[in-house]
Design a protein around this ligand. Structure first.
Ligand SMILES: [Mn+2]
Length: 394
């Protein structure tokens, strides 16, 4: 919440900013919007970026439709293979709800909202697949794997089939948006959800690119618990299934199995891991994080997809995420890495944010959604800046 957010809206939520819309502001901003969205019809509603979010407004309180927006966010309420704590399927809703409190002016990238940001409706079909998938997966997880049990093998096959449906749906949606020249961000859901988006990006770009992966976990397990598209297997699947991904750069990793360490090492230069242990030690020895951030950026190829698992951050930023691990990045450190990626002249070709889970026991607790929304806005902002569509502050 911003320091000047003292009043509350009709729903009792703190307002973003107490300032009343002024005619001069509205006119100036509409002018900016028109200038920024050449050829696109901007709806006549008076939008004031300094005012509180309007009831019924979209993500970040913005008025843009999918057609008007340059940035389109794809929510994926899917967490069937979550093995520990649940709630990530509610991530898109929690982020959307909390996003209306985010101040639109951004000290890193000025006015990223000018090009329009829209979140697609949370899809009912994926939510239904999630319910079915979770019920089937729970039996397998409880038994510690399907083994030779025919009923469990059937449940496992059902989960894997549903995962493939999610992947195909996300891939189709993202391909359609990329063809319409949109900038795409995927909002999970668990960490299995961006796979389809990465496949779509590979097809659309027709060239190689890198993945910058923030996470506490390596996510390079092969078919974790038997699930082909487990949240814990996403980067294994990416490296094995998407040859266009020329390099994976992982940051914040601190909870891995030995097979994952060996697997990443076996990838040679294709996988570069900035373990949390190494980052922490360097900081303890007095190295500035800015230097580490530049090193991370330098390890990336020129085209970069950012895959952000919220648990890459210190868990006080994401207390209800499914698999929290002590340690991790500060939010400002993650932002510093994104900033260095842009400063290094790399192009962010798309991004995902996943594993944000609200407190399911207390619906008034917006903290996880709040951090998620703010990080999402930064991802949007730096992506736009990397494409010359937002100004990077000094
Ligand atoms: Mn993780």
């Amino acid at each position: 919440m911003s320091p000047n957010a003292t009043s509350r809206d009709a729903a009792g939520r703190p307002r973003r900013c107490g300032r009343a819309p002024s005619v001069a502001n509205v006119t100036a901003e509409l002018g900016l919007c028109l200038a920024a969205t050449r050829g696109v019809v901007v709806r006549a509603m008076a939008f004031d970026p300094n005012a509180p979010a309007q009831p019924g407004s979209g993500i970040f309180g913005l008025p843009h439709s999918a057609e008007e927006a340059l940035v389109v966010l794809v929510p994926v309420p899917w967490e069937a293979t979550t093995s520990y704590g649940g709630g990530a399927a509610e991530g898109p809703r929690a982020i959307l709800d909390a996003s209306r409190q985010v101040d639109l002016f951004d000290l890193d990238v000025d006015r990223p909202y000018q090009h329009g940001i829209h979140m697609l409706p949370i899809p009912d079909d994926v939510a239904a697949w999630n319910e079915a998938g979770k019920a089937a997966a729970a039996k397998v997880i409880e038994a510690g794997g399907a083994g030779e049990d025919p009923a469990l093998l059937e449940a496992l096959a059902e989960v894997n089939a549903l995962s493939e449906k999610v992947n195909e749906r996300v891939e189709r949606e993202v391909l359609r948006l990329l063809a319409a020249k949109k900038i795409v961000g995927v909002v999970g859901g668990d960490h299995s959800v961006p796979y389809g988006a990465l496949r779509a990006t590979a097809k659309h770009l027709e060239r190689s690119f890198g993945v910058l992966h923030f996470d506490a976990h390596s996510d390079t397990r092969q078919a974790y618990e038997g699930f082909a598209h487990s949240h814990a297997s996403i980067m294994h699947n990416v490296l094995e299934g998407i040859p266009e991904v020329e390099r994976l750069v992982q940051v914040g990793i601190r909870d891995v199995c030995e097979a994952e360490v060996d697997y990443c090492a076996s990838q040679g230069e294709r996988a570069v891991v900035f373990y949390d242990r190494a980052i922490s030690r360097r900081k303890m020895e007095g190295e500035p994080f800015a230097k580490i951030a530049r090193e991370i950026a330098a390890a990336l190829p020129s085209q970069v997809w950012v895959s952000f698992d919220i648990d890459g951050l210190d868990p006080r930023y994401c207390p209800h995420t499914g698999t929290p691990v002590p340690g991790g990045l500060e939010l400002v450190e993650a932002v510093a890495v994104l900033r260095e990626v842009v400063r290094a002249g790399k192009t962010i070709v798309g991004f995902d944010l996943n594993e944000v889970a609200p407190d399911l026991a207390d619906e008034d607790d917006e903290w996880d959604g709040n951090v998620g929304a703010r990080l999402l806005y930064k991802l949007v902002g730096f992506t736009l800046a990397s494409r010359g569509r937002a100004k990077l502050a000094d």
